[in-house]
Design a protein around this ligand. Structure first.
Ligand SMILES: *Cc1c(COP(=O)(O)O)cnc(C)c1O
Length: 390
C-alpha cells in the first residue's frame, strides 16, 4: 500500500517536471564546486561572502573542538550551554544593537519556535504571500488566524489591519529580503502601518544579514529601524557561511523564548565548533565591509547585463537574481544546458515559487571573479536565445 503510493507520487512528479534530485558535490563550498570530479562555476549557493570555506572560520572551529569537544551533549537548558554559545549571542546582540540574542540550531527551527511560542489561538498574523516556508509552517502550527497579503502590497496590508478586530495580539511577519525574488520588503511602510494599528513586527533576515546595512547587520540597519522591529530573526547558514540562527530583541522577548520555544528547548545545542566559527563570521562581517562592497559591485554588473539582454529578472534589488522562464520543464532544460557548459545555476520550480513562474535562481558571491561572471553571462545569453526566452 505504502509502496504503491510512493511510486505513484514519484511518477506524478516526473510527469509534471517537478521531481527533485540532489547533486553530489565534493570538496568545499566555494565559487568553484566539484560534481563528479568536474569543476563548475557556482552561482547557486547562499554563501554570499565566500565565508563557508574561510580559513579563519575553520581555525575558530578547530580550536573550539580542541577546547570544548565535538557534541554539546544536551540542550542549552540542561547542561549544553557552552561558552561558545554564550559568546556567539553576545557578539550578535552587539552586531544587531539589540539588548539580547538567542541562538537556534537552524533558521527553520527558529521561525517555527518563535512563531508558535509567541502566537496562538485568538491572535492574528499578517504574512507576505512570498514568505519562506519555515514562516508558513510556524504560522500553521501556531493555530493563530492567518492572513496572507499579496506580495509587498501595502494597501492590501493596511486594509487587512483596519478590518481586523477582536484579536489578542497582532503581528506582521515578513522576509526582509525575499529568497526567490531578491526584492527587499518595504520595512519603513510596514513599521508605519504596524504602529498605527498597535501591531508587532517580525522580520526574517536570512538573506539580509551580512548583505545589507552599513555593518552588514541586515535590513533593519539598512532602513535604520533597529529599535522599531520587535523580533529580528536571521540565519548563520547563508552569508555567515555556517549553520544556526538567531533571534534578537528585548530582554523579555529572549527570556520568554528560552522558556517557551519548543524548537529551542527540546533539541541538543549546536556543536561548539559551529558556534565558534559563526562568532568569527559575525566579527568578519562587521570588520570587512570590502567583502560586502565587492558583492554589491558584482550584483550591479550582473543584473545590468541580464537586463540589457532582455531577461525578466523581476524586481530584484539584491544578489539574488531570478531569471523567470515560466515553464518548469524549460527551466530544467535551461539549467541542464548551463551545467553542460560548466555553470551551476539551479532551476527553482513550484511549489517553491508560484505556478508558471519557474525560474533560474542566480546568487552572486563577493568572491566571484570577472571571468566567472562573464562566462556565466555568455552561457545564459546563448542558451536563453536557443530557448527563445530573449
Ligand atoms: C534559508 C531560509 C530559512 C531557513 O534557514 P536555515 O538556517 O537554512 O534553516 C529561513 N528563512 C528564509 C527567508 C530563508 O531563506
Amino acid at each position: 500500500m505504502l509502496e504503491s503510493f510512493l511510486n505513484e507520487s514519484l511518477a506524478e512528479m516526473d510527469a509534471a517536471g517537478l521531481r527533485r534530485r540532489m547533486r553530489d558535490i565534493t570538496g568545499p563550498q566555494d565559487r568553484i564546486v566539484f560534481i563528479d570530479g568536474k569543476p563548475y562555476r557556482n552561482f547557486s549557493s547562499n554563501n554570499y561572502l565566500g565565508l563557508a570555506n574561510d580559513g579563519r572560520l575553520k581555525e575558530a572551529g578547530i580550536a573550539a573542538i580542541q577546547g570544548e569537544g565535538v557534541g554539546a551533549g544536551a540542550s542549552r537548558l540542561v547542561c549544553g550551554n557552552l561558552s561558545a554559545h554564550r559568546q556567539l549571542e553576545q557578539e550578535f546582540a552587539r552586531a544587531k544593537k539589540t539588548p539580547r540574542a538567542l541562538v537556534f540550531n537552524t533558521g527553520y527551527m527558529a521561525n517555527v519556535g518563535i512563531i508558535t511560542s509567541l502566537f496562538g489561538k485568538g491572535d492574528i498574523i499578517f504574512s507576505d504571500r512570498l514568505n519562506h516556508a519555515s514562516i508558513v509552517d510556524g504560522i500553521l502550527l501556531s493555530g493563530a488566524t492567518w492572513r496572507r497579503y499579496p506580495h509587498v502590497d501595502m494597501t492590501a496590508l493596511a486594509e487587512m489591519l483596519a478590518g481586523a478586530d477582536g484579536h489578542k495580539k497582532k503581528v506582521i511577519i515578513t522576509d526582509s529580503v525575499f529568497s526567490m525574488d531578491g526584492d527587499i520588503a518595504p520595512l519603513p511602510d510596514i513599521v508605519g502601518v504596524a504602529q498605527k494599528y498597535d501591531c508587532a513586527v517580525m522580520i526574517d533576515e536570512a538573506h539580509a544579514f551580512g548583505v545589507l546595512g552599513e555593518t552588514g547587520a541586515g535590513a533593519a540597519e539598512h532602513f535604520h529601524l533597529e529599535d522599531k522591529i520587535d523580533i529580528q530573526m536571521g540565519t548563520l547558514s547563508k552569508a555567515a557561511g555556517c549553520l544556526g540562527a538567531y533571534c534578537c530583541g528585548s530582554e523579555s522577548l529572549i527570556e520568554f523564548l528560552l522558556n517557551k520555544a519548543r524548537s529551542f528547548i527540546y533539541t541538543t545545542a549546536l556543536p561548539p565548533a559551529i558556534a565558534a566559527s559563526a562568532r568569527r563570521a559575525v566579527a568578519i562581517i562587521q570588520e570587512e565591509p570590502g567583502r560586502r562592497e565587492r558583492l554589491w559591485e558584482n550584483t550591479r554588473y550582473f543584473v545590468g547585463r541580464l537586463k540589457e539582454m532582455g531577461f525578466n529578472t523581476l524586481n530584484t534589488q539584491t544578489p539574488i537574481i531570478p531569471v523567470v522562464v515560466g515553464d518548469s520543464q524549460q527551466a530544467i532544460e535551461f539549467s541542464q544546458r548551463l551545467q553542460a557548459q560548466g555553470i551551476l545555476i539551479v532551476a527553482i520550480r513550484p511549489p517553491t515559487v508560484p505556478p508558471q513562474t519557474a525560474r533560474l535562481r542566480i546568487s552572486l558571491m563577493a568572491t566571484h571573479t570577472q571571468d566567472d561572471m562573464d562566462e556565466a553571462l555568455a552561457a545564459v545569453e546563448k542558451i536563453g536565445k536557443e530557448l527563445c526566452l530573449i
